[in-house]
Structures are given as C-alpha cells and as structure tokens.
Write a protein of this length. Structure first.
Length: 194
C-alpha cells in the first residue's frame, strides 16, 4: 500500500510514499531550499501529489502520496481534520486580539472552528502562539493573526488529525508513515485504507 509521509519544518515541503520503499529517506543531499517534491526519488514514473501543502513562506507537517485515490480521499477530508499550528509573531497580542482570533472569522466571510488559541512563549520581541482549529490551512491561520495587526513571521503545522510533527526530523527531511499512522489518519479523516 502506498502511504503519505510527513516532513520536518520547512516551507513548500510535502512528504513521500512508495510501497516498494523500506528505507528511511532524508533530504540531506540537496539544499533545503529545493522543494521537497523535487527531491523525492522518481521511481517507475511515479509522481507525488501534495495532500496538504502549506504556503511557501510557512512549513511544518505536510503530506504527499503517489497513490491518486488516497490523495483524493485525504484532500476531501482535510476540512474535517483538527490541526494544530505554532505561530510566531513580532510583539504580543492583546487579550481582545486573542478573543477575535478564536472567533475564526476570515476575510471571505467563512468561519473556522477554533478550539483554542493561547500564548506559547517566546523571547525578545518574538512571541509564539498555539492555535488548534478544524479544517484550517496555513493561509487561514496567517490571516486570522494578521487581521489583529500582528506581524506574522512563521506558521508551522505541528499536528494534522492523528499525526504529529516528528521532532526528530531535521528541517527539510521526510519519512514514510507507518501502516498504523496511515490507518489512524484515515480513521480520523472518516475513511478506510484504499
């Protein structure tokens, strides 16, 4: 079975899958500035489909697969999955700003379901915030913070459904999901393995 995989924190990086692969893959032979999909091995004419891309300026946990049916199923379920983001901003948000973020109102009139948004530390003039939302994209999260006048310097997706970013992966690296991780993700997304 072909599986999506996760990456370390870097913009425009998705993850790889290939049923014939047994080794752990790392992207250390090329610069981390090269998009991950371009660095993935090309086997038997397979191409990889990004399932949950983050904006180029952001990063974190991303998925990609060479299985079109699996990609389609996961892409359709992305808005039902709970995601956690770490957001770095310049300065500190007011309590009123945090309250406005938890309302989840976007510029296009849509409303996100925000479970929580709280301060998560920081040093100097940079502050980190943790945001948990259902169906949010990195672009949506950035917009929520920027609507409150925050200067956002980084948005990292740290959790996607049942998957959490593997902190042992260095920036720009990727790995294949285990069968258990795939099954848990599909169960969370409301589907079963293809």
């Amino acid at each position: 079975m072909q599986q999506p995989v996760e990456t370390g924190e870097h913009a425009d990086e998705s993850a790889e899958s290939d049923e014939s692969s047994e080794e752990t893959r790392g992207g250390s032979t090329q610069s981390t500035g090269t998009p991950l999909l371009d660095r993935m091995p090309r086997r038997a004419g397979r191409r990889f489909i990004p399932v949950s891309p983050m904006p180029r300026v952001d990063g974190g946990l991303e998925l990609a697969t060479s299985d079109g049916d699996l990609a389609s199923k996961l892409q359709r379920s992305m808005r039902r999955l709970t995601c956690e983001f770490s957001v770095r901003v310049h300065g500190e948000l007011s309590p009123q700003g945090l309250e406005m973020i938890t309302r989840g109102e976007l510029d296009n009139g849509q409303k996100l379901e925000i479970d929580r948004c709280e301060a998560a530390g920081g040093e100097g003039s940079n502050r980190w915030y943790s945001l948990v939302a259902r169906g949010a994209s990195g672009k949506d999260v950035r917009q929520l913070f920027e609507r409150q006048g925050a200067l956002v310097s980084r948005v990292l997706r740290t959790q996607l459904g049942s998957l959490a970013l593997d902190r042992l992966l260095s920036r720009g690296q990727f790995r294949e999901l285990t069968e258990e991780e795939l099954q848990a993700l599909l169960a969370t997304a409301g589907g079963s393995a293809p």
